[in-house]
Design a protein around this ligand. Structure first.
Ligand code: NDP
Length: 457
């Protein structure tokens, strides 16, 4: 008789957990997976997928605005929020089904309930039953922070999970935070006609991104009519009649119908019983892992957002694949977190891979910077103020492209492919040797012949 009920038990049915479970079952191992919410996790149910659908919905506004410059006459476009929410719900239900069927058809036994640890090999399910497993993988992800950093009134505020399914669009929205979620939601709701204000504690949005990207997005938001209030914190949120009042450190009392808290996420480790098994967490609940995603307990691993390495879906999936090689294929494999491309789906969007100019200098590189700012052809006839910004950060010593940063339409699509070249160690000379595809936006990346400036660390 087998020593354990399962060779692998996965807690969490998001992108990382499902991938690990499915692939391990495909190797002939006995795999169980517990998910107390909906299969698919943050990305599918309340993150990347519904967000991108809303981004698509929001971008029709720009098409309507540009259409007359290309000779079109349109009627009055009308937007119905509830239709969008219903269609989004149908799509995520379809994807949820695919996730479940994909796992089950690979042989994974799915438990639709929450689970926690009793000891290093025992899992207690919410129903009260216990199962045992040789190896355990924790892939429970994270959730938006709901508190107001100690200030009163958090109960009146919402987080991104709520915003996807608001009954109706607010007239006035205040978003706190200047990261991915805050800025993406601000752009989405602004495009739907919501009077939107973003409050950030620093002088600029998107800390950690290349300064040129931060500046370009910041001024684009202001030009579009998204208000950005900088160097402020919320001190309280009050309810007055049917609306909310956001009090700030600048002494303002700003009225809104909804206040969206988007200032970071918290790892989902509460109630998991990690201490019973000896799994070590940081103060905020993040699970500490080594380079192979192994926790302090030899047979327990953790991947994805719960480890707060890089909270991105493709990273969680990559970590899952490395975990399977390490734990079940006798090939210890470290996840590679270098040169991960990422995008902020504002409108226009930011696509970025590799080092920002500032980071390259911090790392001691002497660099050449190639920068181009121009009006995208699509908006030229309408004469909007939109400017595209493209930037390559090149190491002087080796001519290697260290970073590529794009602000403008299709930046995400372009950067995905630039990431292939950079992963191969492409040099600026190789970019230059590549023929342009004309007319396109991306051609600018291979036609930037004159360096804008050099900097030495
Ligand atoms: P981010 O880390 O991107 O941004 C958090 C924001 O909240 C920052 O602007 C930060 O400001 C601000 N903040 C943090 N603490 C405070 C505070 N005490 N008071 C005021 N402001 C504060 O987190 P998100 O929640 O937006 O997203 C979480 C993660 O999810 C992202 O890091 C990303 O990995 C992932 N994600 C990816 C997306 C994509 O790929 N398109 C989309 C959405 C999420 P400051 O800069 O000053 O610290």
């Amino acid at each position: 008789m087998a020593k354990f009920d399962f060779d692998l038990f996965v807690i969490g049915g998001g992108s990382g957990g499902v991938r690990a479970a499915r692939v391990t079952a495909g190797l002939g191992q006995k795999v169980g997976l517990a998910e107390g919410s909906r299969m698919g996790g943050t990305c599918v149910i309340r993150g990347c997928v519904p967000k991108k659908l809303y981004v698509y919905a929001s971008r029709f506004v720009e098409d309507f605005e540009l259409a007359p410059s290309f000779g079109w006459t349109l009627g009055e476009p009308r937007f119905d929020w509830r239709t969008l929410v219903a269609h989004k719900n149908a799509e995520i239900t379809r994807l949820e089904g695919l996730y479940r069927r994909g796992a089950e058809s690979a042989g994974v036994q799915v438990f639709s309930e929450y689970a926690g640890l009793e000891d290093a090999h025992t899992i207690r399910l919410a129903s009260g039953a216990t199962v045992t497993a040789d190896k355990i993988l924790i892939a429970t992800g994270g959730r938006p922070q709901r508190d107001l950093m100690g200030a009163p009134g958090a109960e009146y505020c919402d987080v991104s999970d709520d915003a996807f399914d608001w009954e109706e669009l607010p007239k006035r929205l205040i978003v706190t935070g200047g990261g991915y979620i805050a800025l993406e939601f601000a752009h989405i709701f602004h495009a739907f006609g919501v009077d939107t204000t973003v409050i950030v504690r620093k002088p600029k949005v998107l800390r950690g991104f290349d300064e040129d990207m931060r500046d370009a997005l910041h001024s684009s938001m202001e030009r579009r009519g998204i208000k950005v209030l900088t160097e402020r914190l919320l001190t309280a949120v009050d309810k007055e009649g049917d609306h909310l009042i956001a009090c700030t450190t600048a002494g303002e009392r700003l009225a809104a119908d909804k206040i969206l808290l988007a200032w970071g996420r918290t790892p989902n480790t509460g109630g998991l019983g990690l201490e019973k098994a000896g799994v070590v967490t940081a103060k905020n609940g993040r699970i500490d892992v080594d380079g192979y995603s192994r926790t302090a307990v030899e047979n327990i691993y953790a991947i994805g957002d719960v480890t707060e390495r890089l909270s991105l879906t493709p990273v969680a999936i990559h970590e899952a694949m490395c975990f399977v090689k390490t734990a079940f294929q006798d090939t210890p494999t470290r996840p590679d977190h270098a040169l991960v491309p990422t995008a902020v789906f504002t409108t226009p969007e930011i696509g970025t891979v590799g080092m920002s100019e500032e980071r390259a200098l911090e790392h001691g590189h002497a660099i050449d910077v190639y920068k181009s700012t121009f009006r995208p052809m699509r908006t030229v006839l309408a004469g909007t103020g939109d400017r595209m910004v493209m930037k390559l950060v090149v190491e002087q010593k080796t001519d290697t492209v260290l970073g590529c940063h794009i602000f403008g339409p299709d930046a995400a699509e372009i950067v995905q492919i630039v990431a292939v070249a950079m992963k191969m160690g492409a040099t600026k000379a190789q970019f230059d040797a590549t023929l342009a595809l004309h007319p396109s936006i991306a051609e600018e990346l291979v036609t930037m012949r004159t360096k804008s400036y050099s900097k030495d660390a």
